[in-house]
Every structure is written in structure tokens, then in C-alpha cells.
Design a binder for this molecule. Structure first.
Ligand SMILES: [Zn+2]
Length: 627
């Protein structure tokens, strides 16, 4: 709808009806704010205004005051402030003589946009973001949608493996500059596609990022160097020269991109992202640098911080891991800010590691804890970043999810005020959705926060980064290290192949199941019934993985015993019972999250080898069947 016509029509219906939302602001963000408020302001007449002079007191927030005629005047320094206000009329409809002011705590708030059913403006309203990054090939209409929402817009460039950006173009470049072709180290996840010691490589990078930034009306480019890493060249020059480490190469990469963008008046945002923990994936070593400890993290990034200027933004996840359920806190966060650089703290709220939003989950407690820490480390002149949406789910619109959208809502309110009242945040989200069932729904979802962690992260150890079932023992063991807790005393303890840990794995699943069963809403229809249905799926998942993880720890115990020259047939019997459980209780999310059966089969066959090696093929004779 044409914004001008729309706004004009509304202005013909001023306060005569007593409850109109009006604006004379000629901007699409104001028009959308009017639409979002429709039907949500009760008897109040509301007028939306923009006054640039308010920037000195409100930044890009807003204030609401009551005019002498009773009209609620919502005012901000720029149009996007009206979108922020339109998301949360419950925060200002009661404004009396004293104006209500909402000033965002963090100056910079970055959001990825992957909306399926809602516009950029709706996402900006719902998250309180003031800049957005889009896929690098995003259509021009999406870039315009960001302008219409009055936010900065960035293109996203994934990886630094140039052969994956544009194959044809890369082939032509190598044909013209064979000296830029790197020497692949072999058996390394990080490839040596291009040689960082060749000036042609940097000329190619400069040209690529310049063209990308100029390909649309972008304010700059967001880059991330992993997983598609392409500069791990092991030629003689690279090994002998100054570019022999990730830290050295990252500094040059950041500097190259920064200079290229600066020359055309655009900005660089760098995600200091890496995945999981160093490990083998098949026969390739994944370095995932920066996760072994703070020293390692600084070795990877400190030189890049030094080599950049304050116009460049570094984004670091609050997780000291990929985006695991309740992981340890990042040991890199705050380092860029401490070096005088611009830094954003990132949260990834996509359901990626807790069931891709097929399951109910809350991470409100985690967000509340980490937001306070991040605020202290990066400071309010810097900011926050939200990676939101439905991870690898084309059918999912996070803002329409009446169960898991609490996570985005809570993030938004805490990003605006890290000291906000968390219980009130829950209520303002739940009451419009669940009505009289709101307290029960809140209690149920709060139970899901701990349960979702237990479901995917046994004893606080790592989980598949896409919630998909691991197929082999080896892969599962790699994933257990993904929270990087193996570096911590509690992680080392949890990984030990003891009877106590077998019991702990089972006990924590049982406790989570009991908590969910106690908190599950009784409603037979409506949103609370949908929540209950999804809690049933989570309970089924917990029962499935009580068997899988239980069998995994039993196998690890058997393997340890075998190395000591002994065995325990009872454990093998229990693994057989775990396998039987899967056979008799098909996993309801197999299609979405993968079948647990291949992993169970691998556990079973590996365990059998351990037992038979010590006790021989008649091992059954030495233990009665498990109950
Ligand atoms: Zn090289």
C-alpha cells in the first residue's frame, strides 16, 4: 500500500472516532507503525510524530506524553522510533502527566533478516534493531524495505573461500593470476584456496567486497571468515613469512576489507565467529581457532583489533562455542571494546541446537544473565546483535510462533534495558497470547528452558549444531566437546567413563521429564494446548535420548574397562535394553531431526566388541537380562 495515501486517509479520520491512530509523518515506517497499532490502543487517541531534536535525549528511542486534549503523542527523533513504540503499546498506553521514555541501552543493534511472513519493518519493531544484514544476493526490494524501516542495511559475505563466492569468476581470476593459487594443507577443514602472500589475492578480495558493497544500496558489508575458510595456504612463502597464523591472516583480511570499504564510504562488520571446538571431521582437522581458551582467542583476533579503526565493528557471540544450549560464556567478549574498538555482543536465537523450533524452548534466563554480563563488557556505546529466525526451516516464521517467540521478545526488551524486570517481560508476552492460561504457560515454558538444555546437552556437554542426530559414536564424541567444557573441571568430570556419570546422564533426563510433566498445561484447546502438544514432543525426545545418551555413557564405560582388561556384561545388557526402547518407541521427530537409530546401532556394535574382547562370545552367561 502506498504510504502517503494510507497516511492521508487516516488523517481524514482524526480524533472524531475517539480511538484513531494518526500521523502526519510522511515515511513508510510511520505508516507501518500506524497499522501495527490498529486495534491495540483501546479508547486512546494516539498521534505519532517525529522531531529530530529529540535525538539528544532519546537517541533513537521514543517518548509518549499526554496532550491537553487527552491524545497520547508518541514522538521519536526519527521514523524507526515509531516502529519500536508500535511493538509495545502496553509499555505506554497508561502514560499520565509524566512522559514515558524508552531509550535503548545499546547504541547499535544489529539483526539478520530471514523473515518468512513478516516484513523488515515488523522485525525491526519486534527486535528494536537499528541495522539489518541481508544475504549478499538479496533482492533490491529487501534493501528498499530496510530503508522503509529507517534502518542501516548490510550485505552478508560468508566465508573467505573465494571459490565459493562465485565459481566462474574465481576460475577466470586464477587463470589470469596462477600465482595467487594457494597450496592446500591437506587433511584440514580450513583450505588453502588462495595464497595470502600473493598481492593478487588481496586485489581480488578488494574488488569483490567493493562490488558487493556497491551492488545494492548497502551501508557496508558483514563478513565472517569461517566455516568456508580459504586462506590456509601452506606454500613456502606463507610458512616462512609473516602470514603463518590465523591471527596474522585475520589482521590482513580485516585491514583489506576495511580499506576497500572506507574508500567508498562504507562500513565493515566482522563476526569473530568460529564453530565448536578443534576436532576431526572425517579425516580433516577443524581448527575452530579461538575456542581453546582466552589466549587462543586473542591469538586469533588481537592483531585484527589492532589493525582496524573504530569505524569497523567486531561482533562476538556470547557463547564460548558455536551456539550450544547454555554454553560457557565467551572468553573473547569485551576484548575488542577493551582495545578501543567497536564491539557488538551476539545472540543466536534460532532454535538451532535445541530442536529447530519443533520443540518448545525458552532461553530467557540465559539471555537475562548474559545480557547483563555483555552490557558490562562491551558498554552502551557499542551494542548487540541478534541472529534470529528459523534455522534451515523454510516454513517457519519466528514472530508468529506463540511458543518460542518469547525468546526474541525477551531479547529485545533486555537489549533495551539489561535491568528490565524479567517477570514483567514474561507477563507482557504471555497475557495477550494465553489469556487466563498465561501463568500456566509461563511456568511451562520456564520448565522447558532447563529441559531443552538437558535434552540436547548431556551433563552440559555439546550437542549437534543443527539438532540433527549424530550417526556415529565418533561424531557424537566430537560433538560432546562443542561447548568447550572439556577445558573446564566440570567438563573433564562429566566426560569421565564412570558409573556415576552413567547414572547422572539418566537422572538429569528423568528430572527434566518429571518437571515437564508437572508443568504441562492442562488446556484442551487454544495456544496452551499447542504448547502442551509441543511439550509432549520434548518429553518424547528426552525419553529417546535418555536411552541414547545412557547407552553412550555405558559404552564409554565398557571401552574404558576393556582398556583395563576387564568388562561388565550388565552394562551390555542395559545397552540392549536402551536399543529395545528405541525399537518399541519410535522417535516422533525422526523426519525433522534425524533418526537416533544409526547412532544407537553404532554404540551397540562398538560396545559388543568391547565386551566380547574380554568376556568372549558367551558374555551373556555372566549377566542376567537387564530389567
Ligand atoms: Zn601461500
Amino acid at each position: 500500500m502506498n504510504a502517503k495515501i494510507f497516511v492521508g486517509t487516516l488523517c481524514l479520520l482524526p480524533c472524531a472516532l475517539g480511538a484513531a491512530v494518526t500521523t502526519a509523518v510522511d515515511h513508510p515506517a510511520a505508516a507501518r507503525a500506524v497499522q501495527l497499532l490498529e486495534g491495540k490502543t483501546g479508547d486512546a487517541a494516539v498521534r505519532l510524530e517525529v522531531a529530530p531534536a529529540l535525538a539528544s535525549t532519546l537517541a533513537d528511542g521514543y517518548e509518549v506524553r499526554r496532550a491537553p486534549d487527552g491524545t497520547l503523542v508518541v514522538a521519536g527523533a526519527r521514523p524507526r522510533a515509531l516502529l519500536y513504540a508500535a511493538y509495545e503499546p502496553q509499555r505506554w498506553l497508561g502514560a499520565g502527566d509524566a512522559p514515558v521514555r524508552r531509550v535503548p541501552h545499546f547504541r547499535q543493534r544489529l539483526l539478520n533478516f530471514t523473515g518468512k511472513g513478516h516484513s523488515v519493518a515488523d522485525w525491526v519493531a519486534a527486535t528494536g534493531a537499528n541495522s539489518v544484514h541481508l544475504a549478499r544476493n538479496a533482492a533490491g526490494r529487501l534493501v528498499q524495505a530496510c530503508r522503509d524501516a529507517d534502518v542501516d542495511v548490510y550485505a552478508f559475505l560468508y566465508g573467505c573461500d573465494a571459490s565459493k563466492w562465485n565459481r566462474g569468476r574465481f576460475a577466470a581470476f586464477i587463470a589470469a593470476h596462477p600465482e595467487a593459487k594457494g597450496v592446500d594443507p591437506g587433511r584440514s577443514w580450513e583450505k588453502g584456496v588462495l595464497c595470502p602472500s600473493s598481492p593478487a589475492t588481496w586485489a581480488f578480495f578488494t574488488q569483490t567486497i567493493t562490488e558487493l558493497a556497491e551492488s545494492g544500496d548497502f551501508d557496508g558489508v558483514v563478513v565472517t571468515f569461517w566455516d568456508d575458510y580459504g586462506l590456509n595456504c601452506c606454500c613456502r612463502k606463507c610458512r616462512a613469512g609473516a602470514l603463518d597464523s590465523f591471527g596474522a591472516r585475520n589482521a590482513v583480511l580485516v585491514n583489506c576489507f576495511e580499506q576497500a570499504l572506507k574508500a567508498i564510504g562504507k562500513r565493515l562488520i566482522v563476526r569473530t565467529w568460529a564453530s565448536g571446538a578443534p576436532h576431526f571431521l572425517g579425516d580433516e582437522w577443524v581448527h575452530a581457532p579461538g575456542y581453546a581458551g582466552r589466549e587462543d582467542a586473542l591469538a586469533t583476533w588481537a592483531r585484527a583489533f589492532e589493525a582496524s579503526d573504530r569505524a569497523t565493528v567486531f561482533v562476538t557471540k556470547v557463547y564460548n562455542a558455536d551456539c550450544q544450549p547454555d554454553p560457557p560464556f565467551s572468553n573473547l567478549l569485551g576484548a575488542a571494546a577493551a582495545a578501543g574498538r567497536t564491539e557488538l555482543a551476539e545472540w543466536q536465537i534460532t532454535g538451532q541446537t535445541v530442536g529447530l523450533n519443533y520443540l518448545p524452548y525458552s532461553n530467557v534466563g540465559h539471555t537475562a544473565r548474559t545480557m547483563k554480563k555483555a552490557a558490562a563488557l562491551v558498554g552502551r556505546d557499542n551494542g548487540v546483535c541478534l541472529y534470529a529466525g528459523g534455522y534451515k526451516r523454510g516454513d517457519y516464521e519466528a514472530l508468529d510462533d506463540d511458543v518460542n517467540s518469547i525468546n526474541i521478545h525477551a531479547w529485545r526488551q533486555l537489549a533495551w534495558d539489561p535491568d528490565d524486570d524479567v517477570a514483567a517481560i514474561w507477563r507482557e508476552w504471555a497475557e495477550p497470547r494465553y489469556g487466563a492460561d498465561a501463568p500456566a504457560a509461563v511456568a511451562a515454558l520456564q520448565a522447558c528452558e532447563r529441559a531443552a538444555v538437558v535434552a540436547f546437552s548431556p551433563l552440559g556437554l555439546g550437542a549437534p549444531t543443527e539438532s540433527k542426530a549424530a550417526k556415529t559414536v565418533q561424531r557424537r564424541e566430537d560433538l560432546l566437546r562443542y561447548t568447550n567444557r572439556q577445558y573446564l573441571p566440570e567438563g573433564r568430570t562429566a566426560l569421565m567413563p564412570t558409573e556415576a556419570n552413567i547414572q547422572a546422564v539418566v537422572d538429569e533426563k528423568n528430572a527434566a521429564i518429571a518437571a515437564l510433566e508437572a508443568a504441562r498445561p492442562a488446556a484442551a484447546k487454544g495456544p496452551a494446548a499447542e504448547l502442551a502438544r509441543r511439550m509432549d514432543l520434548l518429553i518424547a525426545h528426552l525419553k529417546t535420548y535418555r536411552a541414547v545418551d545412557g547407552a553412550m555413557w555405558r559404552f564409554r564405560r565398557l571401552r574404558f574397562l576393556k582398556d583395563m582388561g576387564v568388562s561388565d556384561a550388565r552394562l551390555m545388557r542395559e545397552i540392549e535394553a536402551d536399543f529395545d526402547f528405541l525399537r518399541h518407541n519410535p522417535y516422533p521427530l525422526s523426519e525433522a531431526l534425524g533418526s537416533p537409530v544409526p547412532l544407537m546401532r553404532d554404540i551397540h556394535s562398538n560396545a559388543l566388541v568391547c565386551v566380547e574382547r574380554i568376556l568372549g562370545p558367551d558374555w551373556r552367561a555372566s549377566a542376567p537380562p537387564a530389567q
